[in-house]
Design a binder for this molecule. Structure first.
Ligand code: HEC
Length: 237
């Protein structure tokens, strides 16, 4: 009797456990970008909600785009540097750093300027300081007509940039002679991106870098026109 009672309870417990397990499997997060549990789903939702520009989701992984947006717009502030300059980062009435109306132009709702969003062109000035040195200018991260982000780079190239800072465009090689305004003097490594926080981004998981890449492929193309900065141009059509 005792034994049968026990085995009954054990059986019921096992059945209960099976139901719980099945329930967990069924309710496991949908549309997840990786196997991290429910956290990702809320980040994906939030990412899709906070994107400041319309997204092209055709042929793209919605979960990755959402997660990428969460990282780009909620964590890494890519647009803080990859906009034209601080005065164009927000719309005329959407700059939260300014005084509120009627004292100032801010209307109370932060609005990122879609015309310069991730289009690059922020000039960080002569580097490493005043002198015959090149200016470091943030690059255009928007996709071109191929749909690939930032100048048509493949994911592998993008991963290499984020992990090693490699400058595929060789915009400011290390000086071999006297500084001439276009090369970087030693000890700076001119083959690597300066100012860009890749020594920090290199710690991201490959899934997160993939998500950023997917998101950057879903934002609108911008052709950034700045005199003397042909690398910012982008073929949108
Ligand atoms: C602190 C400012 C800053 C932040 C934040 C920043 N970047 Fe950059 N990034 C730069 C600068 C400046 C360059 C160009 C550096 C140079 O020319 O040496 C650059 C270059 C790049 C390049 C190389 C582009 C090319 O055409 O080879 C990529 C890709 C890039 N950034 C992606 C990102 C992404 C993605 C984020 C956010 C996750 C980000 N950056 C955040 C400043 C920044």
């Amino acid at each position: 009797m005792l034994l049968s009672l026990f085995s009954k309870t054990a059986g019921a417990a096992a059945a209960f456990a099976a139901i719980v397990l099945a329930g967990m499997l069924i309710s496991s997060p949908r549309g997840q970008a990786q196997d991290d549990g429910n956290d990702d789903e809320s980040k994906i939702q939030r990412g899709l909600a906070i994107a400041p520009v319309p997204l092209n989701l055709v042929g793209r992984n919605r979960a990755l785009v959402g997660l990428g947006s969460y990282i780009v717009n909620g964590q890494a502030d890519c647009n803080g540097c990859h906009t034209m300059n601080p005065s164009t980062e927000f719309t005329a009435t959407g700059n939260p750093y300014l005084l509120r109306s009627p004292q100032g132009p801010f209307m109370g709702k932060t609005q990122v300027n879609p015309k310069t969003y991730l289009g690059g062109g922020s000039d960080f000035g002569a580097f490493p300081g005043p002198g015959p040195f090149p200016h470091i200018v943030s690059r255009n991260l928007t996709p071109d007509k191929t749909g690939r982000p930032e100048g048509g780079h493949t994911f592998q190239e993008f991963l290499t940039i984020m992990r090693t800072g490699k400058d595929y465009d060789h915009l400011h090689p290390t000086c071999t002679g006297a500084p001439n305004g276009t090369c970087l003097p030693a000890p700076f490594n001119g083959e690597l991106l300066q100012i860009m926080p890749w020594p920090n981004f290199r710690n991201l998981s490959e899934e997160d870098v993939r998500a950023i890449y997917e998101y950057l492929s879903a934002i609108p193309c911008i052709d950034t026109i700045v005199a003397g900065q042909p690398q910012l141009r982008n073929v949108c059509h």
